[in-house]
Design a protein around this ligand. Structure first.
Ligand code: 8YV
Length: 315
């Protein structure tokens, strides 16, 4: 087998990648870790490629500082932190890790949902603080069985959530810009109606100008006091002030959140709530998935610099 030649191209790394990915990347590229804009300016003309994460993206000033940038490989599927119009204008290619994280992200949605419904946090506390040993019993939890789950955003991840919810014997309907061809599930064109129908609303929508704060006070009111909200998409799709108020006033029952409006410095009000289960944006963060995502980045970059078609282009 012929060894893949080193490209000797200079690559700017904006977000940490797993060690094995970095080691392989380093065999083919000269890697520069971003520190400051002043440092970047010294090497800017050399940089031909960027590797970054979905939640980090590429700051406009970084893209603007790189006159010979040819490709941005994103370690994720979210493109909300990348100016795609500008990338297209400059003929900069962008790749995403299409479908690699789908199952893990859907698992995280179910994990957050089950943790909330089955009182995972409070039951563990109950056990550890000696209440069980003292002969007490914790309050009963809630079943998923037979409950209604609404999915906002019926792409790959939304559909993977649907499969899991159906396996838990839940009734599933979805909101999406258009009905998903071939899906037997109920399509609901109004998010408010879906929220009113659902016991659980799971958000798997991409973050765009159209979806910013799409989950607002009205949607939360429609979800109602027994309703639960799960978000594994992006913080910006939810009006977080409205959500915090609804959780504090218990006009919804709870929320399971992997993503927040200001990551990683989340609103401190979240720490005062007992009806939430929170994760620091970990939905795709398994060794298996992150290594596969890393390999996708490497493969796309090597394809680009050897003149082959990109594996998973976004533009
Ligand atoms: C990652 C993500 O957490 O796919 C995405 O868009 O946000 C996640 O998979 C992220 O890309 C790692 O930075």
């Amino acid at each position: 087998m012929t060894a893949t030649p080193k490209t000797q191209q200079h690559l700017l790394l904006l977000e940490p990648l797993p060690e094995p990915t970095l080691a392989t990347l380093g065999e083919h590229f000269v890697i520069h870790h971003f520190s400051t804009m002043d440092e970047l300016k010294k090497i800017a003309p050399e940089i031909r490629a960027i590797a970054t994460g979905g939640s980090y993206g590429v700051a406009p000033e970084v893209m603007a500082a790189l006159p010979h940038l040819e490709i941005i490989a994103v370690n994720g599927v979210g493109l909300d932190r990348i100016n795609l119009a500008e990338a297209r204008r400059r003929h900069i290619r962008v790749t995403v890790t299409t479908d690699i994280s789908t199952n893990d992200v859907a698992d995280m949605a179910m994990l957050l949902l089950l943790a909330l419904k089955r009182n995972l946090r409070s039951n563990e506390q109950f056990l550890l603080n000696g209440s069980w040993a003292a002969g007490k019993l914790p309050p009963l939890a809630h079943s998923l069985n037979g409950r209604k789950l609404g999915i906002a955003g019926f792409g790959r991840i939304g559909q993977a959530v649907a499969r899991r919810a159906q396996a838990s014997n839940m009734e599933v309907a979805y909101f999406n810009p258009h009905p998903r061809e071939g899906s037997p599930l109920t399509f609901e064109p109004s998010l408010e109606k879906l929220a009113a129908w659902a016991d659980v609303l799971v958000i798997t929508l991409p973050a765009t100008a159209a979806t910013k704060h799409i989950v607002n006070a009205d949607i939360l009111a429609a979800l109602g006091k027994d309703g639960v909200l799960i978000n594994t998409a992006r913080g910006s799709v939810i009006d977080e002030e409205a959500l915090l108020a609804a959780l504090k006033d218990r006009t919804i029952a709870g929320a399971g959140l992997d993503v927040f409006q200001n990551e990683p410095t989340i609103n401190p009000a979240f720490s005062t709530l007992d009806n939430v289960v929170l994760q620091p944006h970990q939905a795709s963060a398994t060794i298996e998935t992150r290594l596969a995502m890393g390999q996708n980045i490497i493969d796309n970059l090597l394809a680009h610099f050897s003149g082959k078609p990109l594996l998973t282009p976004a533009c």
